[in-house]
Design a protein around this ligand. Structure first.
Ligand SMILES: [Zn+2]
Length: 274
């Protein structure tokens, strides 16, 4: 298996001066949409898609369009879409056979429609939340869910098999058994991480945290605390999830635990560093 780290969407949120001063390469777009492209024996696998061609060409179509664009301030650069990056790596985007989704927020699934032949893998709770949103927050975040072009969706229930306190699913249909979906609830009802068991194990934690400082010392800038109150479906569950991730980070230093939006983590992993 070969893993590519892709930034499929840069953001310059309104609060960016408060969020991430410590990253030396900081520029105006200081948050990323970290996605993985996995070359496997079963074909190309994407983990999240980031923003898609439609988002960039007509960003009014984004699922949380107006407020999302105003608050997150995406760069909206075609060159950052997974579709273009995969083409530039020499692959045919139609050869993306599987997309594993951490959750259905717009910045994680904007590119689903760019890969209409791919099977989408997601936890059942997230699928149900998107299909039948209950809370006002769910109704807002899943308002224009764009999974309609990917007819082939495989949903998974998590049962038993606790790993560091998390429920996880192995043997995703058609996917190498070293790749697991791990339930990381809190940010959304069925939010998941993806664990890849290999010599240098990777644990992609999606939006379970936003900055590496949260993982390392639990500290969040005030702006992020406020964002968490708005964005997390269940704040208490999200806190419990983060505590377990901190335990893994401390107890299993060989595992790279990283999230979707920390630019420093992305740059290090893209360069092959921890
Ligand atoms: Zn996100």
């Amino acid at each position: 298996m070969k893993i590519h780290h892709l930034n499929c969407g840069s953001f310059c949120p309104l609060s960016h001066p408060l969020l991430n001063r410590a990253v030396p390469e900081l520029d105006r777009f200081n948050l990323v949409c970290h996605c993985l492209l996995i070359e496997s024996d079963q074909g190309l696998i994407l983990v999240d898609t980031g923003l898609g061609l439609q988002d960039v060409r007509a960003h009014s179509r984004m699922a949380i369009n107006f407020s999302f664009n105003r608050i997150a301030k995406p760069k909206l650069d075609l060159e950052e879409t997974a579709f273009i990056q995969i083409s530039k790596l020499g692959f045919n985007p139609l050869d993306v056979k599987h997309i594993i989704v951490t959750h259905f927020d717009a910045d994680h699934i904007g590119g689903l429609a760019d890969f209409p032949l791919a099977k989408v893998h997601v936890l059942k709770d997230e699928w149900l939340a998107a299909q039948t949103p209950k809370s006002a927050r769910e109704k807002a975040r899943y308002r224009q869910i764009r999974c309609d072009q990917n007819k082939d969706v495989k949903v998974y229930e998590t049962r038993g098999d606790l790993w560091h306190g998390f429920k996880r699913v192995q043997n995703l249909e058609g996917i190498d058994p070293s790749i697991y979906l791990v339930s990381l609830p809190g940010h959304t009802r069925g939010h998941a991480g993806v664990y890849i068991e290999q010599e240098n194990p990777l644990f992609f934690a999606g939006d379970a945290f936003m900055l590496q400082t949260q993982l390392k010392n639990g500290k969040s800038p005030l702006a992020l605390e406020l964002y968490n109150r708005l964005a997390h479906e269940d704040l208490q569950l999200a806190k419990e999830t983060l505590l377990k991730l901190q335990d893994i980070d401390q107890q299993e230093p060989q595992i790279s635990v990283f999230c979707s939006h920390d630019r420093g983590q992305f740059l290090n992993l893209a360069k092959g560093k921890r």
